[in-house]
Design a protein around this ligand. Structure first.
Ligand code: NG1
Ligand code: ZN
Length: 533
């Protein structure tokens, strides 16, 4: 029986900082690392209750602030199948993080037990990990103190990528089932994805070296371990920005977010024409590719380019397998470049839907499709195989060797993809597989369609909460009249599109614009930003 007797005493060691309000947003809690100890301690308590509410299944806790500044940190809970915490619990997280006293922390726990009908005699289980941030060890200690207070059975994964932790949670909860996801260890992860990759590329021409910018984050050591496990010329890598020791380097002038936002290579990287480059973000759940053409011009292959590549490959394999009733679909957000959406609809002729920003929203939409590829433009995403699609694959009766080969490849692809969450390393192996199988350079991949010029601006406002949206965040419903102003500005520019939404991770409003030319796009973006300010 879990008793809350020790909670108040332990909680007193992690006082909530005065004057700070915490909110469990799109990516969990995220703010200055030095202010987060009480929140991380309290997240441990909630993870324990969440585990009990799921009959003792393992809940994950990840301490990371992804692509954000090194001084920031964050914490988020991972549900049993490796997915993001169920939305209805986010409010509990916010409530407990903001409780004003230790007694109130206990009171909130008691009220959750009552509201959710939790059986507190169940042994809670939690798996946790952190990224390379300097505030990580102290926050981990606060987490462990919370887990101790509730006598939680724990697995500490140390310093791993966010998607690895999601994978471990899914593995732990399926270990004794009829469909175990994999071995819940780092070597199990490397083995599963590495072997699936080798199965898919065997016998094809070997690719040139892939230059990986690891954002000076946890992806650096982890991708080296993956490469060691693969141990094959099919995966020859050169890891750059791999300094996880020197303070102040994480995500600075490098990493997927820098490359996508600035549309340029990491500082100090000169791109050799024909060379192959990619960047992870600080916790290795996002990836973007890029290259320089023969004139030295930089070209970005972002999440939209990845999702169209992957969707095309899956669509063709499904057709080759003779499984015409398996429908491949694509989920995007409003940040998807308009050219990519047109390409999916008009050229690929695949269904596409828009979801709100934040992978949990995309994930839920993709779950409705037979095979759903979802990516945010920033390079965060994955592919989901619906259980009915898995059944159809199982029941498939190939009548030709070509069909049998396509079915075998679909199975291998399913093993290659981290279905629990977007994963830079798994996505990288997926892209590499497709490029190797097609014998394509990055330029050939890029040739499918040309992005419209786009611009993303951040506007700091007094109160971002007055900005409310509908229509997958593309239309403002508040402040009154602002959407009409945006519409009038958009109408002035050929192929113009723009929207305004409050950020879910930063205290700011984001303005996105695209148009037929760079100059039109920038004029539109700054005009809309001016209207917001
Ligand atoms: P917000 O801050 O809500 O825009 C950002 C990214 C999201 C997502 C989350 C979680 C953009 C425009 N927004 O959300 O796509 O990745 O962070 O990390 O890139
Ligand atoms: Zn990230």
């Amino acid at each position: 029986m879990t008793s809350f007797a020790k909670v108040a005493e332990h909680s007193a060691r992690h006082p909530k900082p005065e004057g700070v309000t915490f909110e469990y947003g799109t990516a969990g809690f995220r703010t200055l690392g030095e202010t987060l100890a009480s929140t991380v301690f309290r997240s441990a308590l909630l993870a324990a209750l969440r585990s009990q509410s799921k009959q003792g299944r393992v809940i994950g806790v990840m301490i990371t602030a992804s692509h954000n500044h090194e001084r920031d940190n964050g914490v988020k809970l991972v549900d049993p199948m490796g997915e993001m915490l169920q939305q209805s619990w986010e409010g509990y997280c916010t409530d407990i993080a903001n409780a004003d006293s230790d007694a109130q922390v206990v009171h909130i726990l008691e009220s959750i037990v009552k509201a959710e009908g939790i059986d507190t005699s169940i042994q809670p289980k939690v798996a946790y990990a952190r990224d390379t941030r300097p505030s990580g060890p102290l926050l981990q200690a606060a987490l462990e103190d919370g887990l101790t207070a509730l006598e939680v059975e724990v697995t500490n994964y140390g310093v791993v990528t966010t998607p690895q932790l999601h994978y471990f949670v899914r593995c732990l909860n399926t270990e004794h089932s009829s469909a175990p996801y994999g071995d819940p260890t780092e070597s199990g992860y490397n083995e599963k994805y590495g072997q699936a990759f080798l199965r898919l590329v065997e016998g094809k021409p070997q690719p040139s070296t892939l230059h990986i910018d690891a954002a000076n984050g946890v992806g650096a050591p982890q991708v080296r371990k993956l490469a060691d496990a693969i141990a094959s010329p099919y995966f020859s890598i050169d890891v750059r920005n791999s300094d996880t020791e020197t303070l102040g380097k994480l995500n600075i002038d490098c990493g997927a977010d820098y490359v996508k936002s600035n549309q340029r290579p990491p500082a100090g990287t000169s791109l050799a024409p024909g060379g192959r480059y990619c960047s992870f973000d600080g916790d290795a759940d996002r990836i973007v590719y890029y290259y320089a053409d023969e004139h030295g011009i930089f070209h970005l292959l972002d999440g939209d380019k990845i999702s169209t590549l992957v969707a095309t490959y899956l669509r063709d394999l499904v057709a080759a397998a003779g499984l015409s009733d398996l429908q491949v679909g694509v989920v995007q957000t409003a940040y998807a470049n308009g050219s990519s959406t047109s390409y999916i609809k008009d050229t690929l002729r695949l269904p596409t839907v828009f979801a709100k920003t934040g992978v949990k929203h995309l994930h839920h939409e993709a779950e409705r499709m037979s095979i759903g590829a979802y990516f945010e433009a920033n390079g965060h995403g994955t592919v989901l195989f619906n259980p009915s699609a898995v059944d159809k694959l199982q029941e498939a009766k190939p009548t030709t060797p070509a069909q049998a080969d396509a079915i075998g490849r679909l199975w291998a692809l399913r093993d290659l993809i981290n279905e629990s969450v977007g994963d830079a390393m798994s996505d990288m192996l997926l892209v590499e597989t497709i490029l190797i199988c097609k014998g394509w350079t990055l330029a050939q991949w890029d040739a499918a369609y040309t992005d419209l010029p786009s611009r993303l601006l951040k506007v700091v406002v007094n109160d971002r909460n007055i900005f409310k949206t509908t229509n997958a965040e593309q239309t403002l419903t508040s402040p009154p009249g602002l959407q009409d102003v945006v519409d009038a500005l958009v109408a002035k520019f050929p192929k113009g599109r723009s929207f305004v939404r409050p950020s879910g991770t930063e205290d700011a409003v984001r303005v996105y614009a695209e148009a037929a030319t760079r100059s039109d796009c920038d004029q539109l973006a700054y005009a809309v930003a001016g209207a917001v300010f």
